[in-house]
Design a protein around this ligand. Structure first.
Ligand code: NAD
Length: 451
């Protein structure tokens, strides 16, 4: 069995894989003339820093990553030979608390990408008002090419290679593209083998997004999708629209995209088009997300071939008329080529960095609203924080409690971003950054720079 069918992220977090991207064709993040992902993150930061007149010293600090860990580590393959893999952990900023962020397995993982993802995590935690800093890690690997046992050995060796660079009160990891609760359980188990026995109980919170039985939180698997749907509902209410009457399209049908679709369906909205790494499908009368998820589970995580919809090409996908577009795959998907095609009213960013600066400009010109990633997809890290807190306190919260607390935080973020956008007369992405930067600036000013 290959990891594509077993280790990549399942829509239910159970380990039924999506097969991952292949880093080519539809998997590409950048194309000719497109800027790097980190350059995009930097430009977004500069724009907000200029507008709010961020203190120049604090600006210098926040422009740099704090620690950049690169590890080359060996993994024994099923054929008995050893292969060397490259992994990363970038810790962008820790002024608000321990570093926090996902671990991604993808062939396109490189320094540029993880720097951007780590930076976005800093803004996301600051905006959500949770006491974490920003980090992200990953391994340059296409999990679809490896067996489940090889992915387990890779996950464990990567953890050991990171060593003391992660820790329960230092840097806490979580799932991201092509990683899932099972992989988090292996990372946790390997990490615990590296600490003294009396440290093991308190160390379990080094990983969030664990299986519930291994100390995970109720509601973590759906949390990112749930946060996105709450943001869309808030947007709909403000625009006098019934969420139940919305038509929407989703790019990426993994953890984030599928859970967002399940919850949009529950709100009565109609899913009209889906794209994943295997291709795109559409049905103007509606696609049943639960049925599609069953189909994907049987097909290596892929939506292609779903009998309840017709195959469409990528350009047709982006041109589909709908109210809401939820990108939930990779970076740079809404760009100078695809943004002109979009016929939606709002983009609810489930993925990190799905819109590049050229895409942003085009969306603004077209009057398409954007619920920016650092606000819209924060549900995952918010419930990761709840999981970390439960582990720290030896508590177990029930689903209602988790859902209720998540809902309040998403609503608070939405309102703060809206108010800031009004105050500064700016777009919502810049406003979201300003909320985060104001908080970071306050803490730097209070604490000062030593010596
Ligand atoms: P996942 O691995 O579960 O799913 C990724 C999906 O994207 C798959 O359906 C895959 O087929 C699809 N995909 C990959 N390349 C594609 C391409 N080029 N075009 C179209 N589809 C493509 O990953 P996930 O955890 O759902 O993460 C998706 C996005 O959401 C990422 O940007 C991630 O950083 C972000 N995110 C995830 C979480 C989380 O809790 N998992 C939280 C916040 C943000």
């Amino acid at each position: 069995m290959t990891a594509g069918a077993g280790a990549a992220t399942g829509v239910d977090g159970s380990g039924d894989g999506n097969g991952g991207g292949n880093g080519k064709g539809r998997g590409d993040r950048t194309g000719p003339g497109e800027s790097s992902v980190y350059e995009n993150a930097r430009l977004q930061f500069e724009c907000a820093a200029d507008l709010m007149k961020l203190d120049p010293d604090i600006r210098r600090i926040l422009s740099a990553t704090t620690n950049e860990i690169v590890v080359n580590f060996p993994v024994r393959m099923d054929n008995g030979r050893v292969k060397i893999f490259t992994g990363y952990r970038i810790q962008h900023n820790g002024i608000l608390g321990p570093f926090k962020g996902g671990i991604r397995y993808h062939p396109a993982v490189d320094l540029d990408e993880v720097r951007a993802l780590a930076t976005w995590m800093t803004w996301k935690c600051a905006l959500a008002d949770i006491p974490f800093g920003g980090a992200t890690g990953g391994v340059q690997v296409d999990p679809a090419e490896y067996s489940i046992n090889e992915i387990e050995r890779l996950s464990r060796r990567f953890t050991v290679a990171l060593g003391a660079n992660i820790g329960p009160d230092y840097d806490i990891v979580a799932p991201d593209v092509n990683t899932n609760p099972q992989i988090m359980a292996w990372i946790l188990d390997a990490y615990l083998c590296t600490v003294p026995p009396h440290e093991r109980q308190r160390s379990r919170r080094v990983v969030t997004g664990k299986p519930v039985e291994s100390g995970g939180s109720a509601g973590r698997a759906k949390a990112t999708g749930q946060g996105i749907v709450r943001m869309v509902e808030m947007w709909a209410r403000e625009h006098g629209v019934d969420p139940g009457g919305l038509a929407y399209m989703v790019q990426g049908f993994g953890n984030v995209g599928a859970h967002a679709a399940f919850l949009m369906e529950r709100a009565g909205a109609r899913l009209t088009a889906v794209q994943d790494v295997s291709g795109a499908i559409a049905n103007p009368d509606g696609i049943d997300p639960e049925e599609l998820a069953k189909h994907a589970r049987r097909n290596g995580g892929h939506v292609r071939g779903y009998p309840g919809a017709s195959p469409i090409d990528d350009l047709t996908f982006f041109s589909t008329a709908a109210d809401v577009f939820i990108p939930a795959a990779l970076e740079n998907q809404i760009n100078h080529r695809t943004a002109p095609l979009l016929k939606v009213k709002v983009v609810a960013e489930g993925a990190n960095g799905p819109t590049d600066p050229a895409g942003d400009r085009i969306l603004q010109q077209k009057g398409i609203d954007v619920l920016p990633d650092v606000a819209c997809n924060a549900g995952g890290v918010i419930v990761s924080y709840f999981e970390w807190l439960q582990n720290k306190r030896g508590e177990r919260w029930d689903l209602d409690e988790v859902d209720g607390r998540l809902r309040k935080r998403m609503e608070r973020s939405y309102c703060r971003v809206r108010e800031t956008a009004t105050t500064y007369r700016t777009d919502w992405r810049t406003a979201a950054y300003i909320v985060a930067l104001e908080r970071l600036q306050t803490v730097y000013k209070e604490r000062g720079i030593f010596p």
